[in-house]
Design a protein around this ligand. Structure first.
Ligand code: HEM
Length: 431
């Protein structure tokens, strides 16, 4: 569909605001404006076996980097009764997800979705998860954070470039309407309760549009070209694990993956008001990037790989010479296996959610996929850079230490994303 011209621009603006609001009037605003642009419906037999298979079904930029769906919703769900789920719960959820598959094509223009289950969910059963599944309870991963843990049973993640499709699916799932995209969808609330609904967006233009939020200075500094509030691109193809790499390869959950989802609050006042572009580049990537002038604007100049591997060994000398170290530089040191493969597949998106309040704050939903949760934990700890505070007093735990001065972890949950065949309230040992 055409996306330029004033009419389309203002229509898109209404839709984007509507995902953030999610209310009935916002949704009807969406529906009025897009009735003439059909959303592709789905063929349940054409869905990939992996729920996390997104890359082939979304947009890519000119360098082959994935462009995540612009609008996303996370529904955190709890089962109403104690103990294992009942056959009725399974039938109900199975029908809901099957209906969603009929309603939407598996595509950024239709709807991508995946349901995942927490360690607390698997605790409902007498039997335990198979040996190879690494799914611990969430924990604090730095000495300076004390997040609330998301221990709900399940997490349903919805994503689309079409805000109208996303909102209609969301409302049907929550029982606020009977059908989505013309297909009758029984609400998931027949089996589960929505404990928390979180929304977000990603992609050039959207952060600039939503920058009227606590944590971002009134000067509206977020560039129109930036896909994220911090002013840079992330998720270069060469710095992301492949979907194959993060896929569990044996046992009953073969074809699945694990998912850690954090919610972070961002406070970007000082970053935008007191720092130059060079200083921001040093802290995001590494001082060497600033010295060599590698990052112009939001970082398109980096192509399909940030090139960080060349700067990882400089951490200590950068700390001494520049009194600063970079975020990507610190994270990368734990983000390779012994063969040099990248371990995490990050799929983070921005938000103005202040979970539990109506305030608009700059925040971030950070889903990361990996074969084992411990891989995420190792990378997150490497990003703390606590070791570098011993190199020079200039680098402190949260100052001159990557982006730690600006991000505050508020929530974290760990989940298992089963393969599609076991997506409906699985036992710990399906098959
Ligand atoms: C607001 C928060 C964050 C922003 C804006 C951000 C942004 C970025 C950017 C621009 C890069 C460099 C480009 C790239 O490779 O994607 C990067 C790299 C990376 N970030 Fe973040 N990040 C954030 C939080 C986090 C968190 C919480 C983690 C948790 C582990 C993390 C892990 C990584 C990893 C693993 C890399 C790749 C390093 C490599 O090449 O192996 N980031 N991030």
């Amino acid at each position: 569909m055409p996306l330029d011209g004033d009419t389309d621009r203002s229509r898109r603006e209404v839709l984007k605001a509507a995902v953030a609001l999610g209310g009935a009037s916002a949704l009807s605003a969406c529906l009025d404006r897009t009735a003439d642009e059909p959303v592709p419906t789905g063929d349940p037999s054409a869905k990939p076996a992996r729920q996390h298979a997104w890359r082939e079904y979304i947009r890519h930029d000119d360098h082959g980097n994935s462009q995540l769906p612009s609008h996303q919703i996370l529904l955190y769900l709890t089962l109403d009764a104690d103990g294992p789920p009942s056959a009725d719960d399974r039938d109900a959820l199975g029908e809901t997800l099957d209906a969603l598959d009929r309603a939407y094509a598996w595509s950024h223009e239709g709807l991508l979705h995946s349901i995942a289950y927490s360690p607390a969910y698997f605790e409902r059963f007498d039997e335990s998860l198979p040996e190879g599944i690494d799914l611990p309870e969430p924990t604090a991963l730095s000495p300076f954070e004390s997040p609330t843990f998301d221990r709900q049973d399940a997490l349903l993640h919805l994503a689309s470039d079409r805000p109208d499709a996303l909102l209609e699916a969301d409302r049907a799932l929550r029982g606020e309407r009977d059908a989505a995209n013309g297909v009758s969808v029984p609400p998931l609330t027949d089996a589960l309760t929505v404990d928390s609904r979180r929304t977000g967006f990603v992609g050039a233009g959207l952060p600039a549009q939503h920058q009227d939020a606590a944590g971002i200075p009134d000067s509206k500094p977020v560039p129109e070209a930036s896909p994220l509030f911090m002013g840079f691109k992330a998720g270069f193809r060469g710095n992301q694990a492949t979907e194959d790499y993060v896929t569990i390869d044996d046992g009953p959950f073969a074809g699945g993956t694990t998912k850690v989802v954090a919610n972070l609050r961002q406070r970007l006042d000082d970053r935008y008001e007191e720092q130059t572009h060079e200083e921001r580049v040093m802290e995001m990537f590494s001082p060497g990037y600033a010295a060599e002038g590698l990052v112009e604007g939001v970082g398109d100049t980096l192509g399909s790989d940030s090139g960080i591997d060349r700067f990882v060994d400089d951490l200590e000398s950068d700390a001494r010479e520049y009194g600063r170290v970079g975020h990507a530089q610190k994270a990368a040191r734990a983000n390779r296996d012994s063969a040099g493969n990248v371990r995490l597949l990050r799929r983070h998106f921005e938000s103005t959610d202040d979970i539990g309040s109506d305030q608009q704050v700059a925040s971030l939903h950070f889903p990361s996929l990996q074969r084992r949760v411990s891989e995420f934990e190792a990378v997150r700890r490497a990003m703390n850079g606590t070791d570098l505070t011993e190199v020079t007093p200039a680098v402190r735990q949260r100052v001159n230490n990557g982006i730690l001065e600006y991000i505050f972890v508020r929530r974290r949950g760990n989940f298992l994303v089963p393969p599609r065949r076991h997506r409906v309230l699985p036992t710990p040992r399906p098959e």
